[in-house]
Design a protein around this ligand. Structure first.
Ligand code: DHB
Length: 332
């Protein structure tokens, strides 16, 4: 009997935050789909309309996408209310927080944990902190500024942990904490991030990598202009062209975490559109994977065929669980 179970969810698929998860209608659709988990749009305290449109573009067949959404979201409370009112159906419920300052992120954490009447904390299973949105005009990506990122985590992580532990003890409800990371390219940068994470290994249970590749530019030869409006056309790249970068990030962190004895899981993301892609990410070391561009191009139906293809490939290779091949990339 073949099993696709992961540590966090009944199967390894989740939507990438930002894709089809900003409104109740979209979340309902995701919730009816075949993924093992869902995540809400990266949210701020107050609702935001985001950057001017057009701000998203996809190439024919979704080979690549570019976006500069600018965090359009309905405000964090909206997503907490969604999960509180949602009928649980076995999917793991992630929220994504993207406050524009440390204080704003603390306020979002307070919204989750502070109110015993609403008990929002009982309706979410994981909090993903997003310090890697590439599209905020006037803000750099925090996760690229190592010193700043380290000081930020030094305050935010204990703040979350204090509250999380209370809930876990009082309510017997587990909430996982993770970070969404941007792509890194230099080996020394993987070393540096691993060293930073080492201080929080008992709190940060997962990283999710990669976020979109920042500041790409797509030009339309016909109009002689960029294809999106914000930031003079610069935006985050997604789709299958970023897959090798994403696989390299998953593998780089996986090997370092093993070498350093860090028990941190990896959600892989970047250019996943079929079962073979999922297989490759798990082989590189991913516990789960998220689907972004393909979800935008094909809609929630993609989860079903991606899982089917994965099962077929596993059956063909004689694997019955994901653990059978996770991380077991062979040498050339
Ligand atoms: C946005 C883009 C991202 O890649 C991300 O992680 C969060 C938000 C955006 O522009 O809205």
């Amino acid at each position: 009997m073949l099993s696709l179970k992961t540590k966090y969810a009944p199967n390894p698929l989740i939507n990438a935050s930002g894709c089809m998860c900003a409104t109740t209608k979209m979340l309902d659709e995701l919730n009816a789909g075949a993924s093992g988990a869902i995540i809400t749009k990266s949210a701020t305290q107050n609702p935001r309309t985001g950057n001017p449109e057009p701000r998203y573009w996809e190439s024919p067949y979704g080979t690549y996408t570019i976006n500069s959404m600018g965090l359009p979201n309905c405000g964090f409370q909206y997503y907490l209310d969604y999960y509180k009112n949602m009928i649980p159906n076995g999917k793991t419920r992630f929220v994504s927080i993207a406050g524009l300052s440390l204080d704003e992120n603390k306020a979002l954490i307070d919204l989750i944990f502070a109110c015993p009447d609403t008990q929002y904390y009982c309706h979410i299973d994981a909090i993903e902190i997003n310090p890697s949105c590439p599209n905020l005009i006037g803000h750099r990506q925090l996760a690229y500024d190592f010193a700043e990122f380290e000081s930020y985590l030094a305050i935010l992580i204990p703040y979350i942990e204090e509250r999380r532990v209370r809930v876990m003890t009082q309510e017997n409800h587990i909430i996982h904490i993770g970070l969404k990371l941007p792509p890194y390219f230099e080996f020394c940068d993987f070393d540096r991030i691993t060293a930073i994470l080492k201080s929080y290994q008992h709190v940060i249970q997962f990283i999710h990598c990669i976020n979109s590749v920042p500041n790409g530019l797509v030009i339309d030869a016909e109009t002689e202009a960029p294809v999106i409006v914000p930031k003079q056309g610069f935006g985050g790249l997604g789709g299958s062209i970023i897959k090798p970068i994403a696989l390299a990030n998953v593998r780089s962190f996986y090997t370092r975490f093993r070498e350093e004895g860090l028990d941190i899981d990896i959600i892989g993301s970047g250019g996943i559109s079929n079962g073979t892609d999922v297989f490759e990410f798990i082989l590189a070391g991913a516990e789960m994977v998220s689907v972004g561009s393909q979800l935008m191009v094909e809609g929630v139906e993609c989860f079903e065929y991606i899982l089917e293809e994965l099962e077929q490939l596993m059956a063909k290779k004689g694997y019955s669980t994901l653990d059978d091949f996770r991380g077991k990339l062979k040498k050339y």
